[in-house]
Design a protein around this ligand. Structure first.
Ligand code: GRF
Length: 225
């Protein structure tokens, strides 16, 4: 019986601005043989991002492209697109990259760019999501992986996980609880994409195994998980 040739690993680029714990979850997934991706490059807009150290420790090429060296968002994104283009990514992974991207950049990588956001989108796009969930008195909060489109944190969602908001929570405690879920969500979404199971269709819908996701897949842990 003929055996299918293994699918080549998907070339990816990861963009970060900070600690890089989501990047680490992806690196760990690769090292565990669970993710068929080749992280060719990690880019940070901040030279002091700890995620750069994580990448270098894993032998991944890193670049710093500081927004302070550019006169405008358009010029920065043009340079970023040129840098990324040289690494031919099949997927661009935004992992705590704290920049708003221009429409031209988003269009260039349309359908092959994912983001993770620390809220139950469409709730709380933008910054300070944990504080906002606490201020609103929400009983639950969470994280979402979504395709990136021109709308800030507004592209079609793929995966979500909810966490409870507990008595005595502050933003830091809540953020840590959410982050632990992010580390489950992102490798899975990337795995689906790398396996060809997840894609964005021409009308802007996220498809999983060929079926439109009317709602994100819910990866919330239930008792007994
Ligand atoms: C995460 O909460 C992510 O959702 C948000 O920024 C944070 C990045 O954390 N976009 P890390 O750098 O991956 O640790």
């Amino acid at each position: 019986m003929a055996v299918d040739a293994p699918r080549p690993r998907l070339p990816v680029v990861v963009l970060i601005s900070g600690g890089g714990s989501n990047l680490q979850a992806l690196i760990d997934g690769c090292q565990a043989g669970e993710l068929a991706i080749d992280i060719r490059l990690v880019v940070s807009n901040r030279a002091d991002a700890y995620g750069l150290t994580r990448a270098a420790s894993a032998g991944i090429t890193t670049r710093v492209l500081s927004h302070k060296d550019f006169g405008s968002r358009v010029e920065y994104d043009q340079a970023l697109a040129t840098l990324l283009g040289g690494f031919a990514p099949g997927l661009v992974i935004l992992a705590g990259f704290m920049r708003i991207l221009t429409p031209a950049f988003v269009a260039r990588f349309r359908g092959r760019m994912l983001n993770i956001h620390p809220s139950l989108l469409p709730k709380y796009p933008g910054l300070h999501t944990h504080q906002r969930a606490l201020a609103a008195g929400d009983s639950e909060h969470g994280a979402t992986v979504h395709f990136v489109t021109e709308a800030l944190d507004g592209g079609p969602p793929v995966l979500q996980a909810r966490v409870p908001v507990l008595p005595g929570d502050d933003a830091g405690r809540l953020a840590a609880r959410v982050l632990a879920q992010e580390h489950r969500l992102y490798p899975l979404a990337v795995r689906w994409f790398a396996a060809g199971r997840l894609r964005l269709d021409g009308t802007g819908r996220a498809l999983l195994d060929g079926r439109a996701l009317d709602a994100p897949v819910d990866l919330t842990r239930t008792a007994g998980d």
